[in-house]
Design a protein around this ligand. Structure first.
Ligand code: MN
Length: 706
């Protein structure tokens, strides 16, 4: 059994005597505090914090971290106060223990909302001191190792949570060993059948061969490297079972189709040796194309550095070869925890950049948290950061920006700077103009074009994937939307009040507080926002204000003029796509604002049951908006007909956004969606199309019969 003496001995390898003594003192303190308590397995409780400290000692955790590990359940389970710990072990240990205790009750298996809330709390605790999460991860790892003592349903719950939350966090912090342990244990606990069947299949397929081949393979590589005077240690291993399972599950592949079930790791002393070893490997084994990755030149976001290549090994079995230096290996296995290992060795360089990276990530969580409007949004924003699979692109002056794969120029823009994201209008990828929705690939150079008064666009949310971009866009849009809603609400209420021969500014404070009270609102702006968003109806509010007004004498309000600059809360109905000049009517829809329909649109009839939601509308003089309309063109189907129709308007200012053939025959019909800015323009476009020889008829599409 592992004892405190074993721990002290291990610690004395890297900690000074007084610090080892402090850790020991914490152990006896914890043993006393937990006296009489037992683990589910029947062992004395203190074996648990001791095991957690052991795990952390392997990561070379510092004195305070280890002390906190030994005391981590003391506040929670024994009623000893934080103040008592401060007195005994100092402020920073007490803070750590308190941080870990706060995470104890977080349960990530409940409904989404609460789960999100808990995740938010965890991010905050991490931000206070990143050692909190390291102690928590070690705590979870030991609990996973001793999971068998738990009842079945609890076992599954803990396993699921480990796969969903803790393993990804370990991965994000670059702690490969901890992550693999957590995943393997959780996989076996959550899917016991699948785990044992997969394990058997792997052994059947590779087991026999492996024993024979491994030695052969190692010898082969060793002698080739020796011939080149390169020193390195070589290890051949099976990939961990959960990563094989994930590949099969995600890509729907059979075990036969999974590449590199076997892995070879070569660790050497010097940087340049890595590339020499790569050359040697490629000369012995045939490399598989497209599988080489240079994470030395461009490290992963969690600090991981290594060369990766997949080659066909003996007997044609693909194997992944990882080549790296000892320092890279330490970071690869322990991630952020390597920071303390280096500090303990009196080595300042190297992994501190890894620590900075992790700190930066946690800081970015905080920023996302401040911008998020609720926990669910926060978790959604963070998700892509937790499951990274990066691409690396360059700024025009050669700076590398790392982004999760699937990122677009909008993500890139926000990655460079929030302000650049907020004002970006277009971009160049490798010097060519490209849509902002383009998915970026590693190695591309991206240049963002900004404009002073540009604003984030709601459509970006459909393709931006990084937490930072999404949080900023949403934040901006929410503010903007409120502003728009207040201004529209003001106009709507003014119209309604005018009908009652009244005005907003003339309302008495009593009237205002009465109507606010009726709807449980606190400020006039909130009421206006709510009217602008269609949650309240201007007419009904006006009637509440003037309950005794004689309805017979209501004045018909002036029409509401659209000028195109109202923003997102005024939109054009897709069913009838009205354009300037058309007779129109507005319908106020809850949470959508005003939707403008063509007066003769049949959908308007459907809404007649709520007449108070209709608004008389007209077009303002300078309508700025571009409008989409669709035309139906009937034409004689002859060679090149479609091309002629398309080119008839291609030299004009109108944009064709879509063209589809809806009926094919000798007489065919197609639908043409165009973007247009005025009715005059529309007449011109229709005239041009009509002038094409094969065209029989051009008309605005109506929704009747569609
Ligand atoms: Mn614990």
């Amino acid at each position: 059994m592992y004892t405190i003496e074993d721990l002290s001995l291990a610690l004395s390898q890297y900690l000074p005597y007084e610090q080892v003594a402090k850790v020991k003192r914490a152990y006896y303190y914890a043993a006393q505090a937990h006296d009489g308590q037992k683990r589910k397995s029947g062992e004395p409780y203190v074996t648990h914090p001791l095991a957690v400290a052991e795990i952390l000692s392997e990561l070379r955790m510092d004195c305070d971290g280890l002390t906190a590990a030994l005391l981590h359940d003391v506040i929670e389970d024994t009623g000893i106060s934080r103040d008592a710990l401060t007195e005994q072990f100092g402020e920073s240990v007490a803070l750590l223990v308190d941080g870990v205790s706060k995470l104890t009750h977080l349960d990530f298996n409940n409904q989404l909302e609460k789960q999100a809330h808990n995740f938010q709390k965890m991010a905050m605790a991490m931000a206070d001191d990143i050692r909190v999460i390291l102690v928590k991860l070690a705590d979870r790892l030991h609990n996973m190792r001793t999971l068998d003592a738990m009842p079945a349903n609890k076992k599954r719950r803990i396993a699921r949570e480990t796969l969903d939350i803790y393993a990804p966090i370990a991965n994000r912090l670059g702690m490969y060993n901890v992550r693999v342990d957590l995943e393997s244990l959780a996989f076996q606990a959550y899917y016991p059948m699948r785990a044992s069947m997969l394990q058997k299949a792997i052994h059947k397929k590779y087991g026999q061969q492996r024993i024979k081949d491994t030695q052969k393979l190692e010898d082969m590589i060793r002698s080739e490297l020796a011939a080149d005077y390169i020193e390195a240690s070589i290890s051949v291993r099976e990939k961990h079972i959960y990563s094989i399972y994930q590949k099969m599950d995600k890509k729907r592949r059979s075990l036969d189709e999974i590449m590199d079930v076997m892995g070879v790791r070569i660790v050497t002393d010097r940087h340049d040796s890595c590339y020499r070893i790569l050359g040697v490997i490629h000369s012995i084994f045939k490399p598989i194309e497209g599988r080489f990755k240079d994470y030395i030149a461009v490290p992963k976001s969690n600090g991981y550095q290594s060369l990766h290549t997949t080659v066909l090994g003996t007997n044609g079995i693909p194997m992944e070869v990882q080549i790296r230096t000892e320092e890279m290996d330490l970071v690869a296995n322990n991630g952020i925890a390597a920071h303390w290992a280096y500090k303990a060795n009196g080595n300042a360089g190297g992994s501190s950049s890894n620590h900075d990276r992790a700190t930066k990530w946690v800081k970015s969580l905080l920023e996302i948290q401040q911008k998020a409007h609720n926990p669910l949004e926060f978790v959604d924003n963070v998700k892509s950061d937790l499951f990274p699979d990066e691409v690396y692109v360059f700024t025009p002056n050669g700076q590398i920006i790392e982004l999760p794969s699937g990122s677009t120029p909008v993500d890139f823009a926000y990655g460079v700077h929030t302000e650049i994201g907020n004002t970006c209008i277009s971009c160049r990828i490798n010097r060519r103009l490209a849509p902002l929705s383009t998915v970026l690939e590693s190695g591309q150079t991206v240049e963002i074009i900004t404009a002073k008064n540009a604003q984030p666009n709601v459509a970006w949310l459909s393709f931006a994937i990084t937490g930072k971009a999404r949080a900023n866009i949403r934040h901006y849009l929410k503010d903007k939307q409120r502003e728009n809603a207040i201004s529209i609400g003001h106009r709507l209420l003014t119209r309604s009040l005018n009908a009652f021969k009244a005005n907003i500014d003339d309302l008495t404070p009593e009237q205002v507080s009465l109507v606010l009270g009726n709807h449980q609102l606190t400020a006039m702006d909130d009421l206006l926002e709510s009217i602008g968003k269609g949650r309240h109806v201007g007419y009904l509010v006006a009637r509440e204000l003037f309950p005794n007004f004689d309805e017979e004498t209501l004045v018909t309000p002036k029409s509401f003029k659209v000028n195109g600059s109202e923003g997102m809360l005024i939109s054009y109905a897709k069913c009838c796509s009205p354009i300037p000049g058309d007779p129109i009517v507005g319908y106020v829809q809850v949470d959508k604002g005003i939707i403008i329909h063509h007066l003769s649109c049949p959908n308007v009839q459907d809404h007649l049951s709520s007449p108070e939601r209709f608004i008389r509308m007209s077009w303002g003089k300078e309508i700025e908006e571009e409008l989409n309309i669709s035309l139906i063109v009937t034409y004689i189907n002859e060679r090149g007909a479609v091309a002629q129709i398309a080119s008839s308007i291609s030299d004009s200012d109108f944009q064709v956004s879509n063209l589809d053939i809806i009926e094919r025959g000798r007489v065919s019909r197609l639908r043409l969606n165009i973007t247009i800015s005025s009715r005059v323009g529309l007449a011109d476009v229709m005239r041009r199309i009509k002038a094409v020889r094969c065209v029989e008829k051009v008309s605005r599409e109506t929704i009747v019969g569609r």
